[in-house]
Design a protein around this ligand. Structure first.
Ligand code: BGP
Length: 472
């Protein structure tokens, strides 16, 4: 049974600072990720990454071989405006024209993301980046230029990548000046500024290119109740409000989820808003939602007297090393789901969760959906010139089957752009955690030759695309 529509956009994803390198070349300014990643010990930084800036033509040829119908990438704000504002950098502007043209000529739909964690460092120095309200105007200046410049070649614009994850891991995803590091309200303030920026970019796409569509790419994990105890069901609902609907309600209704906002207000965490902000959010309603789906979560009712705790991480790649789970007193506590296996980084593997998310989101908002990330981070090994990544094939084939089932029940899914097209700088573990269909021959401390090597999953995905999702 052919469930995937004929024009389904089989694709893959990357982001600028994780793949491009050339961090200070051809006039590019530093981004906050160039700075944040320099501070991580034991991992590569963003200065060379996968050298895509110099090898984009070779990379696009490989994409063509793979059979990609779409490629999701991000535009580095600091390549276009090295100081964040002012005059555009011609070489930076030219690079994305070249990349987009190369994709189009090879029959691959370019899907650009305007912002993927990489605020220009100059604006962090000037007014603390997204913490400062000026960031909204400067983002609009950037987005206005980029949308006009490339818009005639673009059908789908992704506005901001993963506001939810930027809130959850605000210190890793932003260069936070020292004086704010204990101020947890700041993350919701950053998010509020991003909501305005994201709404404005939707408005700009509609203004200049009424036939194009725009939406955010959201890190999205459905949340199950740990047990059938009614209190656990309530906890799961609360967690869904604060971790998911807090974003999607803004994108599609133009206002914050009431339960989540009230909880933040009661705990002095709510964003400060100005008169007229809601009108901006309402004017910039998204055309679709793109989700980055890796795992589901579970929640239970927190114990009386439980203290607030924020999300922990696993930075070792050894199962069980996660440093803790989020607790919001009187609201929810996130916990491990005993029914699911996890990756080496403790991310629960749950294809049904993707099906659940697609159905839930479509029934709430009735807007088309894209999958702009999905995949498994692993310690891939290059042996005799080959990478046998059967675990990646298993992971993706189960997730694609889940998408097929959701489509079969009427959910309009436009694309599948798994993470990642090629190995790149993992946000948490450099080159020790790989995601690509294409192996890049380098390690964190040895650049080697950066050669591109097709993994087993490359050949498998080629056949998936070729059969339009029939042969998994
Ligand atoms: C998403 C990001 C990506 C990517 C991916 C995997 O949150 O949008 O940029 O890196 O997660 O995360 P990690 O590299 O930490 O494994």
């Amino acid at each position: 049974m052919a469930v995937f529509p004929k024009n389904f956009l089989w694709g893959a994803s990357t982001s600028a600072y994780q793949v491009e390198g050339a961090a200070l070349e051809d006039g590019k300014g530093l981004s906050q990720q160039d700075v944040v990643n320099k501070g991580k010990t034991g991992f590569a930084d963003a200065s060379v990454a996968s050298d895509h800036y110099h090898r984009y033509k070779e990379d696009v040829q490989l994409m063509k071989k793979l059979g990609l119908k779409s490629y999701r990438f991000s535009i580095a704000w600091s390549r276009i405006f090295p100081e964040g504002v002012g005059e555009p950098n011609p070489k930076g502007v030219e690079f994305y024209h070249n990349l987009i043209d190369e994709l189009v000529v090879n029959g691959i739909e370019p899907i650009p993301t305007l912002y993927h964690y990489d605020m220009p460092e100059a604006l962090v120095e000037k007014y603390d980046g997204w913490i400062g309200r000026q960031s909204v105007d400067d983002y609009v200046h950037y987005a206005d230029f980029v949308i006009r410049e490339y818009g005639s070649k673009i059908k789908y614009w992704l506005t901001i990548n993963e506001q939810s994850i930027i809130v959850q891991y605000w210190k890793q995803k932003n260069h936070i000046p020292d004086r704010y590091v204990n101020d947890e309200q700041i993350k919701y303030q950053i998010n509020h500024h991003m909501n305005l920026a994201q709404a404005y970019s939707v408005i700009l796409v509609h203004k200049y290119f009424p036939d194009a569509m725009a939406g955010a790419a959201l890190g999205y994990s459905p949340i199950y109740a740990l047990t059938s105890e009614p209190k656990d069901a309530l906890a799961a609902q609360n967690a869904n409000n604060l971790r998911n609907l807090f974003y999607t309600d803004v994108y599609f209704k133009g206002f914050y989820n009431e339960s989540a906002l009230k909880y933040l207000q009661d705990n002095n965490l709510a964003p400060r808003m100005e008169l007229g902000d809601e009108a901006i959010m309402k004017a910039g309603i998204s055309d679709f939602l793109a989700i980055n789906y890796y795992n589901s979560d579970a929640a239970k009712w927190p114990e009386t007297g439980a203290k607030r705790r924020w999300s922990g991480v696993n930075l070792s790649g050894k199962k069980g090393d996660i440093s803790g789970y989020e607790t919001q007193p009187g609201y929810y506590e996130i916990c491990r789901n005993p029914n699911l296996d996890t990756t080496d980084w403790d991310w629960a593997i749950d294809p049904s969760g993707l099906e659940y998310a697609l159905e839930d989101l479509y029934s709430r908002y009735n807007k088309p959906l894209m999958i702009t990330e999905n995949g498994i981070g692993a310690h891939d090994e290059l042996v005799d010139g080959k990478v046998h990544d059967q675990y990646r094939i298993d992971y993706m084939s189960d997730h694609i089957a889940a998408i097929g089932r959701a489509i079969g029940r009427g959910v309009p899914v436009i694309s599948y752009n798994p993470w990642s097209y090629i190995d790149l700088l993992s946000t948490s573990n450099g080159y020790q955690k790989r995601y690509g269909f294409v192996y890049v021959d380098r390690t964190d401390d040895d650049l080697k030759n950066l050669a591109r090597i097709k993994k087993d999953s490359f050949y498998w995905y080629q056949e998936v695309i070729n059969s339009n999702g029939e042969n998994l």
